[in-house]
Write a protein that binds this ligand. Structure first.
Ligand SMILES: *[C@@H]1O[C@H](CO)[C@@H](O)[C@H](O)[C@H]1NC(C)=O
Ligand SMILES: *[C@@H]1O[C@H](CO)[C@@H](O)[C@H](O)[C@H]1NC(C)=O
Ligand SMILES: *[C@@H]1O[C@H](CO)[C@@H](O)[C@H](O)[C@H]1NC(C)=O
Ligand SMILES: *[C@@H]1O[C@H](CO)[C@@H](O)[C@H](O)[C@H]1NC(C)=O
Ligand SMILES: *[C@@H]1O[C@H](CO)[C@@H](O)[C@H](O)[C@H]1NC(C)=O
Length: 239
């Protein structure tokens, strides 16, 4: 009973000093870089943040950024409006694995300053995998302007959101769709024309902002459906 008395205020003091530490520490060394916090602060990246978290790519990124031995990262962050410009239902049509690849495709395993894009050699490597194969991503520059093409999407770097020696985050005006989502590696003969009726039904609900882009994507996804149907037919015919 007597012992408890002097310890109690000391304990309170200890608790209050430790809880006061976290806000006080933020101006000085900020600790490991937190990509989610950077994007939240910038605003208009709700969908991208949700996908980063659901796919656990945010954790991978934060772990990599906390490991000073790696060469940094570049992130292309599509805005909420670029996600709403996708063909309706497209995002949901991707498998969980494809969602992981989609988000990893927006991350380069090197830090690029805007001027470094001018000398980058295409195709650039992304976290989604080999640049030569399924996930090509090319950049073209003119002065300060940086454009990105994936073979499916043409995008423009609209803004620099964040940059330090390890991380660069750029706002892009389109979701970067990987070419491999719309092609199959099998050399199956693709039908030359998509079905007219199905195509116009899809186009009705397409976006107004990027008509060229979404019709291109619609055409490609129809092609995938046809190829898939063809492969299934072959499999069913020759068990
Ligand atoms: C990163 O920031 C987000 C949002 O501010 C927060 O929810 C999350 O816990 C942070 N992660 C780490 C590892 O600090
Ligand atoms: C960052 O790395 C240090 C040292 O490797 C480790 O102690 C710490 O837990 C890591 N922090 C996070 C948020 O991963
Ligand atoms: C980037 O794309 C825009 C149109 O989206 C075009 O006007 C411009 O010429 C392109 N610039 C480069 C460097 O490719
Ligand atoms: C990307 O660049 C490489 C090398 O210049 C080229 O072979 C390829 O066709 C380009 N791909 C696209 C989609 O522009
Ligand atoms: C992207 O740009 C290339 C070259 O400028 C063009 O041929 C292609 O049709 C464009 N693709 C889309 C989907 O807009």
């Amino acid at each position: 009973m007597k012992l408890l008395f002097p310890t109690f205020p000391l304990l309170l003091l200890f608790i209050s000093s430790t809880t006061a530490q976290s806000p006080a520490a933020s101006p000085a060394p900020p600790g490991p870089t937190n990509v989610t916090a950077i994007l939240e602060k910038a605003g208009q990246f709700t969908t991208f943040i949700r996908l980063l978290q659901n796919t656990k790519v945010a954790d991978q990124i934060n772990t990599q950024l906390n490991n000073s031995n790696q060469g940094g990262l570049t992130i292309f962050a599509p805005t909420d409006s670029s996600f709403s410009n996708l063909k309706p239902g497209m995002l949901n049509s991707f498998s969980d694995q494809q969602k992981v690849e989609l988000i990893q495709f927006h991350v380069l395993p090197t830090v690029f300053s805007p001027s470094q894009f001018q000398t980058a050699s295409n195709p650039l490597r992304t976290q989604a995998g080999g640049s030569q194969g399924s996930f090509p991503l090319n950049v073209t520059t003119s002065g300060n302007q940086v454009n990105i093409t994936t073979g499916v999407t043409n995008a423009t770097v609209a803004n620099t959101i964040y940059t330090d020696s390890q991380l660069a985050v750029y706002q892009v005006d389109q979701v970067l769709l990987p070419l491999s989502f719309f092609t199959t590696p099998a050399p199956a003969p693709a039908p030359s024309k998509p079905k007219k009726a199905a195509r116009s039904a899809d186009s009705q609900s397409g976006s107004d902002d990027t008509p060229a882009d979404s019709s291109g994507a619609i055409f490609l996804s129809k092609k995938t459906v046809h190829i898939t149907a063809f492969v299934m037919l072959v499999l069913a015919t020759f068990p």
